[in-house]
Design a protein. Structure first.
Length: 320
């Protein structure tokens, strides 16, 4: 899972394009249609395009003309993570394309991913570390789940002539984009994810306020939340912060959680199978089981006769 802040481009005057209206971005994100292809928010599953534009564009009190009014974020699971999510939601294993699911199953998968994005927006807010406890309820944001990706001139397949720009990419391509306003819903707190001075304090309207955003904290927390929420252990190529010392403890935590759940589910089955397995070993002993039995038997004999062996060693020593 890779969470990304898309840094705003600048126009011919050198001013950020995010300093104006979000209308162009909102229309771009509205390009896909189909099941679950609607804008959604913290509390709504379907929000009209016009409402998205109107609310974001009007949530800019105290901001200057050349300041960013909004930002675009994206949440990008790997194909393996998407397949795992599909299995968690539908029970279907080894799915390699959404087309193999029913409309109802696709709807459930999209809905579940929307809920994950809502969790991640909470995580996004917390990584501003403001004096006031903030949550995604304090933000003005709208998300959009997409199920397709297209090849661009940056892809190696296009450079090598194997694909053309605009071709659909194969496999599972589920991801989500979010338009989030720089100002909170009260239009009194400015939250810029581009502010790097984490923990610094400025004076605003006579009050001391913290500023800065932990980009890595947001990305790592979202990554770990996917594992915690869905019991998923990432591959090496999915661990964008592989060298981070916190990964080992995180991986162990997920593994232990999964093992605990499995052991709880299998407790009764294990009790039944233990008796059956012992009977099987008696009737049809394997070479490995015989070796283990003999090894344990010898060990027990040695332990029971530990004092005799000690005396024999002493006598041998004195004789020498």
């Amino acid at each position: 899972m890779y969470s990304k802040l898309h840094r705003p481009e600048k126009n011919e005057l050198g001013v950020s394009v995010n300093a104006g209206s979000c209308v162009k971005l909102a229309h771009y994100l509205d390009k896909e249609s189909g099941i679950g292809k609607f804008f959604f928010s913290q509390n709504q599953d379907s929000v009209p395009l016009t409402e998205v534009i109107q609310k974001i564009d009007n949530n800019k009190k105290t901001l200057k003309n050349n300041q960013d009014k909004f930002y675009m974020l994206s949440y990008n699971p790997s194909q393996r993570e998407i397949a795992h999510l599909i299995k968690e939601v539908t029970g279907k294993d080894n799915v390699v394309a959404l087309s193999s699911l029913t409309d109802k199953e696709i709807e459930k998968v999209v809905s579940e991913f929307q809920d994950y994005v809502r969790d991640c927006m909470d995580i996004y807010t917390r990584n501003f570390n403001r004096n006031k406890d903030l949550s995604s309820e304090d933000l003005l944001w709208f998300g959009r789940v997409e199920t397709e990706r297209h090849y661009t001139y940056l892809d190696e397949e296009v450079k090598d002539g194997l694909r053309s720009k605009g071709d659909l990419k194969e496999g599972l391509q589920l991801h989500a984009h979010v338009i989030v306003s720089r100002m909170d819903v009260t239009q009194t707190i400015s939250l810029s994810p581009l502010a790097k001075s984490m923990g610094n304090v400025n004076v605003l309207n006579g009050k001391a306020v913290k500023n800065g955003f932990s980009m890595k904290g947001w990305q790592v927390d979202c990554f770990q939340h996917f594992g915690n929420k869905y019991g998923y252990i990432a591959n090496a190529d999915e661990r964008f912060y592989y060298h981070d010392s916190s990964y080992s403890s995180y991986k162990n935590k997920i593994q232990n959680k999964i093992i605990h759940e499995v052991m709880e589910d299998m407790k009764e089955e294990r009790q039944f199978m233990t008796g059956a397995r012992n009977i099987t070993l008696i009737l049809h002993p394997t070479k490995k089981s015989v070796k283990l039995y003999l090894k344990q038997k010898i060990k027990n004999i040695l332990l029971e006769n530990e004092s005799v062996i000690f005396l024999l060693n002493v006598c041998f020593f004195l004789h020498v």
